[in-house]
Write a protein that binds this ligand. Structure first.
Ligand code: RUB
Length: 305
């Protein structure tokens, strides 16, 4: 897919989930570098920066999109000619996609070790990293049961239950409002992440923070999965994460409401670090308090700009 097609698919949510969005954006830039011809390096740079903006404007919340593009464009400024820049963009894009897929696989192995034989798990939305932990635990012969929320309004929970059922996992769909009721049956909550801020706050699908509160009340471990490119270095210097608001048509049908009724449809929320027992990354399970260290390790010295 080219950049325009990818940005549209992300907007429409044909491509969704923070990891998939990141890989699709990196691939789109790689495809552009592979297929487009430029007369000189300045035009190439200008076009790639336009592509960057188009992709970044497609959805605002998941920092994985920003970090994937940053990774893919790294070094473009120093390229001396079109050939060099094309090669760099193609290589960076392939490296990112490979590292991203490997990170999810590693998270699956590491996270699965936190799932005990006989465990009952609760998950929310449709996170490839969180589901990988569950699938690996199942493939390793652990007898597990999963409760998955419907995840209104887009109902990604339907994807989740079908994906897990296809693997032969015992899975039950619940509505979002049933979370507190089922919490007494749950041994561990495992969710994904779109963005992890410098203070260890996790931004994920709307409703995640309710799972965290209910888990905290019931003393059930609440574990977040996130590749390290879900960490937002911008938040260190005061940037806040934009919570996407989507079309009201995702919630109600035309003509269902009186015209004076307003609708508010935020699709992500923030879970403070104090409710999170661990963040499963590809480099290990870390506490939300150590996000800064990882940020520095991953992105090098971070400069204020
Ligand atoms: C998806 C969602 C997922 C995270 C993590 O929201 O909130 O939990 O993106 O997913 P949406 P992954 O469907 O609105 O994109 O682990 O696959 O990156």
């Amino acid at each position: 897919m080219n950049v325009d097609e990818t940005a549209d698919a992300i907007k429409r949510m044909d491509i969704r989930g923070a990891g998939r969005i990141a890989r699709a954006a990196a691939e789109a830039i790689g495809n552009t570098a592979r297929t487009q011809e430029w007369k000189d390096i300045d035009v190439l740079r200008k076009d790639i920066l336009t592509a960057r903006k188009k992709l970044l404007d497609s959805r605002p919340t998941a920092v994985s999109l920003f970090n994937a593009i940053r990774y893919t464009l790294k070094g473009m400024d120093k390229c001396k000619n079109v050939k060099e820049a094309k090669e760099l963009l193609i290589r960076n894009s392939e490296d990112f996609v490979k590292a991203s897929n490997e990170a999810v696989a590693k998270i699956g192995i590491i996270g699965s070790r936190r799932i005990k034989d006989g465990s009952v798990i609760l998950t929310h939305c449709n996170s490839s990293a969180a589901l990988e932990c569950i699938k690996v635990a199942h493939r390793n012969g652990k007898k597990i049961k999963v409760y998955a929320t419907e995840s209104r309004p887009w109902r990604q929970g339907i994807l989740t239950v079908n994906e897990l059922a296809k693997e032969g996992i015992d899975v039950t769909l619940i509505i979002d409002g049933a979370v507190r009721s089922v919490m007494k049956k749950i041994d561990i909550v495992i969710v994904g992440s779109d963005t992890i801020t410098s203070n260890g706050t996790v931004i994920n699908k709307i409703g995640t923070s309710q799972l965290a509160l209910a888990a905290n009340e019931a003393r059930v471990p609440f574990v977040v999965c996130g590749e390290t490119y879900k960490i937002s270095s911008q938040t260190l210097f005061g940037d806040t994460v934009t919570i996407e608001e989507r079309e009201t048509s995702e919630i109600v049908r035309d003509g269902e409401l009186r015209s004076s009724v307003k609708i508010f449809n935020p699709v992500f929320d923030s879970t403070p670090a104090k409710y999170i027992d661990g963040i499963v990354t590809e480099i290990g399970i870390v506490s939300p308090g150590s996000v800064y260290e990882i940020m520095v390790r991953r992105f090098g010295e971070i400069e204020f700009n």
